[in-house]
Design a protein around this ligand. Structure first.
Ligand SMILES: Cc1cc2nc3c(=O)[nH]c(=O)nc-3n(C[C@H](O)[C@H](O)[C@H](O)COP(=O)(O)OP(=O)(O)OC[C@H]3O[C@@H](n4cnc5c(N)ncnc54)[C@H](O)[C@@H]3O)c2cc1C
Length: 510
């Protein structure tokens, strides 16, 4: 049996595990990623990313590299809450931006970046168990040539909703399961004459439906014309009886039958001809759960391993990729020897509440899809409220994951929030300052000896154009501290913020 050592072992080469690997590698840490599949997963799940994650990817140069426009993310003019469109055009800086990219492509691109950064990915290695002591975790894996043991200082569960790491660590996963719900979805082909110019569909005998989620009397109907092909999903409530055998492969005929039950018309679906990859799946029940703890000593959870919820509105990767970016710099700081004592604990403190908010809004959106006249009444009222700009802004920030600032210990209105998107006087976008994931102290004018005790950790940049004369930006793009006047080099609030997030002055220099 082979035995190896590493600082960080990441279980799962899904999008979130690979993103974390990239973040660690950027900071000089070489993680090992283990993945039970023989290669990158081709399973069609997400069709894109939506929310503040677009801006975070942009900070690493990935938004454009992954297919977004060269000028970075643009706020969406409107988005959908439980199938109800709301307008964001009046918002100063709309927080919702998107990137259309099928999940398999995202995984391949993140893998290429991780490989370029020197990350080792071991395919066909399934984590089967672990034991731990005060210094290490001894991880047992099933490899292609038999059992493998890796001793690691930190183990990350990025192994999806059914996370073995979470279960083996005995981390509670509280929440709810909607028992009777059955969702069937897949790529398909529909008669071209049914497609409407606004991206929706008109089905003879059933009516006209918009792009995205539609509530109908007997369930939910999702329709989307995507670059990968035509996607259709049918959700039925109290429909468990319609599943003959949960292990039986899903078929197009089963999707068609569900569509006909819910839409009350003939829906002759044809096999998909789009480029794919093609999905065809049945989901029985719907879990909405958030792990009680994101950290248990040397073990951390990120992504779906830490939280699961309905895919309505596509919030999964907005949440998970930002878990990865939040944990990455903190764990690297710890391993590089400069992290303040409680930095690693701020991962749970900051990210757990965001998952709770996501669980809440995905339940609310699912609830607004339930059958019955009462739901219809609530929807009508909710629709009226959404027309108020203040309500639309509230919902937009909730969906973007930007509605509650992190507690950074500084009370400037910018602190704890993702740095606003702006252009510096020299023409650069603020996102470009964060390509290498180093903390940045951005000031509008030169101050001698500013952050002089942190030269190894902080990059001081002098440039005009920022919304405040001084801002301390963490590697994940969040503002740790800001001031409305240029600080003196010995400004106590700045020194406190630098120490709180990046350790004592000269801690590595002496
Ligand atoms: C139908 C559907 C549509 C969706 N649409 C969207 C969308 O439009 N937008 C969006 O943002 N999100 C969407 N999501 C959610 C998104 O797909 C997930 O949030 C995302 O896959 C989570 O990534 P992850 O890396 O945390 O986990 P996963 O993608 O599940 O990856 C976990 C990896 O761990 C591996 N693994 C598991 N156990 C072990 C083990 N014991 N040892 C080693 N490896 C292991 C798995 O093989 C897998 O590769 C959708 C989900 C579904 C199901």
């Amino acid at each position: 049996m082979s035995e190896n050592r590493t600082d960080v072992l990441i279980a799962g080469a899904g999008p979130n595990g690979l993103m974390l690997a990239c973040e660690l590698a950027l900071a000089g840490i070489s993680p090992v990623v283990v993945e039970r599949l023989p290669g990158p997963s081709g399973e069609p799940r997400a069709n894109g990313l939506v929310g503040s994650v677009s801006r975070v990817l942009d900070m690493r140069g990935l938004y454009t590299e992954f297919g977004g426009p060269a000028e970075g993310p643009k706020p969406l003019p409107y988005y959908i809450f439980s199938g109800m469109a709301f307008d964001m055009t009046g918002m100063d800086a709309g927080p919702m931006a998107a990137l259309l990219i099928p999940q398999p492509e995202l995984v391949v691109k993140l893998l290429a970046r991780a490989t370029e950064l020197g990350v080792q990915v071991r395919w066909s290695h399934e984590l089967t168990g672990f034991t731990r002591d005060d210094n290490r975790v001894r991880v047992e894996l099933d490899g292609p040539e038999g059992p493998v043991v890796i001793h690691t200082r930190y183990l990350i569960g990025a192994d999806g909703g059914k996370s073995a790491v979470r279960k083996l660590a005995d981390i509670e996963f509280p929440g709810s399961t909607a028992e009777g719900t059955v969702t069937r979805f897949g790529h398909t082909d529909v008669p071209a004459a049914w497609l409407t110019p606004d991206g929706g569909i008109e089905i003879p005998g059933a009516g006209r439906f918009r792009f995205g989620h539609n509530r109908v009397e007997r369930g939910m109907f999702v329709f989307a014309e995507l670059p990968s092909g035509t996607m259709m999903a049918i959700q039925e409530f109290d429909a468990a009886a319609t599943v003959v055998d949960e292990d039986a492969p899903m078929t197009l005929a089963e999707l068609r039958e569900a569509a006909e039950r819910v839409l009350g018309a003939e829906v002759p679906l044809q096999p998909p001809t789009g480029p794919g990859p093609h999905a065809l799946r049945r989901l029985v029940g719907q879990n909405t759960r958030v792990a009680r703890h994101y950290r248990d000593g040397r073990i951390f959870l990120i992504g779906d391993a830490a939280h699961v919820h309905s895919a309505i509105g596509g919030p999964g990767l907005n949440l998970g990729l930002q878990d990865a970016v939040n944990l990455g710099w903190k764990l690297a700081a710890h391993l590089n020897g400069w992290a303040p004592a409680d930095l690693l604990d701020t991962y749970h403190a900051e990210r757990h509440p965001v998952a709770e908010r996501t669980a809440m809004h995905s339940l609310a959106q699912s609830g607004l899809m339930l059958p019955g006249p009462e739901t219809a009444g609530v929807r009508a009222l909710f629709g009226e409220l959404l027309a108020y700009p203040q309500v639309a802004a509230h919902i937009a920030n909730l969906l973007a994951g930007t509605d509650r600032p992190y507690d950074t210990g500084d009370n400037h209105p910018l602190s704890g929030r993702l740095v606003p998107d702006f252009r510096l006087g020299d023409g650069r976008r603020v996102a470009e300052l964060l390509r290498t994931a180093r903390p940045v102290l951005l000031v509008t004018d030169t101050v001698a000896d500013l952050a002089a005790g942190w030269p190894d950790r902080i990059e001081v940049i002098t440039a005009t154009g920022a919304p405040a004369p001084a801002m301390l930006i963490r590697p994940d793009g969040y503002v740790a501290w800001a001031a409305d006047t240029l600080p003196a080099a010995d400004d106590p609030t700045l020194r406190a913020a630098l120490t709180r997030w990046f350790g004592p002055a000269n801690s590595l220099v002496a």
